[in-house]
Design a protein around this ligand. Sequence first.
Ligand SMILES: [Zn+2]
Ligand SMILES: [Zn+2]
Length: 128
Amino acid sequence: MNEKIKKTILYFLDNSGKHASYGDIIKYLNDEMGNLDDKEINEALAGLTKENKIISHISVNKEKRYEAEVRRHYHFICNNCGAVKDIFMEQGAVNMLSDHAQKIAKSFARVDKINMSFQGICHQCRDK
Ligand SMILES: [Zn+2]
Ligand SMILES: [Zn+2]
């Protein structure tokens, strides 16, 4: 059962549900597989996270978003509709930022990771 839930979640995230919220995932699972309990869904999400098949690095309006794109990337988040788009930055640019932050933070910390997102208004919202 658990494997089937995992497969269904992955399929959803790979196709229509990129950057889906927990609510989106539950809705899709219910449509596809009938009602499941939260425990099973949480176990499947935890399993997929542990296997490195999904990540949940961002929140939109305090709601965690899940995705199956596990390569290193950053996000654009629309401040109006909450749409999320992937941004793959050149590694050189990321290293430059990271080195710069490390220089500033040197006396008190070691920087291991950058967590950043880009915000604005998406073209769909701007054209309305
Ligand atoms: Zn928008
Ligand atoms: Zn993403």
